[in-house]
Design a protein around this ligand. Structure first.
Ligand code: PLP
Length: 377
């Protein structure tokens, strides 16, 4: 079994058989020649169903997550919707009470139109999860660490609860990436990624992915849905994300190092009320994170003393870190989640989320230190 660093560099990356090119070709073709009665010549027919560049990425993602099959989509939301909307009408899904806002909206607005209900629960509280299960619960959806409060859920325990209820466990692994956490090896059935984030790694490509523990009927149903509803990933985007895989382990090590330094700095600062980072011993999910993750990731959030106004002043005073949504790129990004999530936000008003980038940690600490001092003046 190859290690993740080696898989990240080589999986799906065999040199092109015609030219020997070490960087894979980008196949832009929308259609592929077939025989008179539609006989496929090399396995492909039409880009919306599958294409060779995307196949390489799916191979790489499945290898890195330890699954049997990967499916790529045009965005993380397209991947998330495809898996949830493939559940049968009448199904119930448990989603985390702290999660990417898009999942909450999907559960409130879109899934009910398909006869699927979603209810939110604190995924860190196993007794609450057990109590929230219904006979018709067909999926538990975990997101760990979660967006934006960095809550940690015990993946192996959730897998047991799901399977005991004849349900699947899906896990949004966007924050951790398979470099730090591999939910399928802990018992999850499906892993979801916004590959827009760390996989792409440069804030310049949109994508989503699912990796399935088994290439089974559920996988086939999601594949069929993607084919017919058209959420496919464009070849150039697949190529960029595949390129991102190659450096993902190296980048994650740097993100983790910087996030730890910033979390420790913020946690002792008098203008900061609380820091949410699973790498801090005081984080309620620290022990579980230490067990199921190899490091604690590049995402953190913190709450400013002085409420919403203080948080906004800190965000506005940063000079190196950029005020922008999204995460996983080389540049440090800061956002006031409640403002971005809008009217129905459940994010605390004084919370700032930080995607800690790849700058030198001393420069980052200086920027945050100066911005926090400015608020105190
Ligand atoms: N999951 C998480 C944890 C996210 O942070 C995001 C986007 O921010 C998504 C899913 C959605 O992904 P995308 O923006 O690629 O549709």
């Amino acid at each position: 079994m190859k290690r993740i660093e080696t898989l990240a560099v080589h999986a799906g990356g065999e040199p092109d058989e015609h030219t020997g090119a070490v960087s894979p070709p980008i196949h832009m073709a929308t259609t592929f020649r077939h025989g008179p009665a539609g006989e496929r010549q090399a396995g492909y027919e039409y880009q919306r169903e599958s294409n060779p560049t995307q196949d390489r990425l799916e191979t790489a993602l499945a290898a890195m997550e330890g699954g049997e099959a990967g499916l790529c989509f045009g965005s993380g939301m397209a991947a998330m919707a495809a898996v949830l909307e493939s559940l049968p009408a009448g199904a119930h899904v448990l989603i985390p009470d702290d999660c990417y806002t898009g999942l909450r909206v999907l559960g409130a607005e879109f899934l009910p139109q398909r006869g699927i209900t979603a209810s939110a629960v604190d995924m860190a509280d196993l007794a609450a999860v057990r109590a929230a299960l219904r006979p018709e619960t067909r999926m538990i959806w975990a997101e760990t660490p979660s967006n934006p409060r960095l809550c940690v859920a015990d993946i192996a325990a959730l897998a047991d609860l799901a399977h005991g209820n004849d349900a699947l466990l899906a896990c949004d692994n966007t924050f951790a990436t398979p470099v730090l956490q591999q939910p399928l090896t802990l018992g999850a059935d499906v892993v979801m990624h916004s590959t827009t984030k760390y996989f792409g790694g440069h804030s310049d490509v949109m994508g989503g992915a699912l990796v399935f523990a088994r290439r089974d009927a559920f996988h086939d149903a999601v594949f069929h849905r993607r084919h017919l509803t058209g959420g496919i990933l464009a070849p150039f985007s697949a190529w960029l994300i595949l390129r991102g895989c190659r450096s993902l382990p190296a980048r994650m090590a740097w993100h983790c190092r910087n996030a730890k330094a910033l979390a420790e700095f913020l946690s002792t600062h008098p203008a900061v009320e609380a820091v949410h980072y699973p790498g801090l011993a005081a984080h309620p999910g620290h022990a579980i994170a230490a067990r199921q993750m190899s490091d604690f990731g590049g995402m953190l959030s913190f709450r400013a003393k002085g409420g919403r106004e203080a948080a906004l002043r800190i965000a506005g005073a940063l000079r190196l870190a950029i005020n922008a949504t999204s995460l996983g790129g080389p540049e440090t990004l800061v956002e006031h989640r409640a403002s971005i999530e809008g009217e129905n936000t459940v994010s605390p008003a004084n919370l700032l989320r930080v995607s800690v980038g790849l700058e030198h940690p001393d420069d980052l600490l200086a920027d945050f230190g100066r911005a926090l001092e400015a608020v105190g003046e």
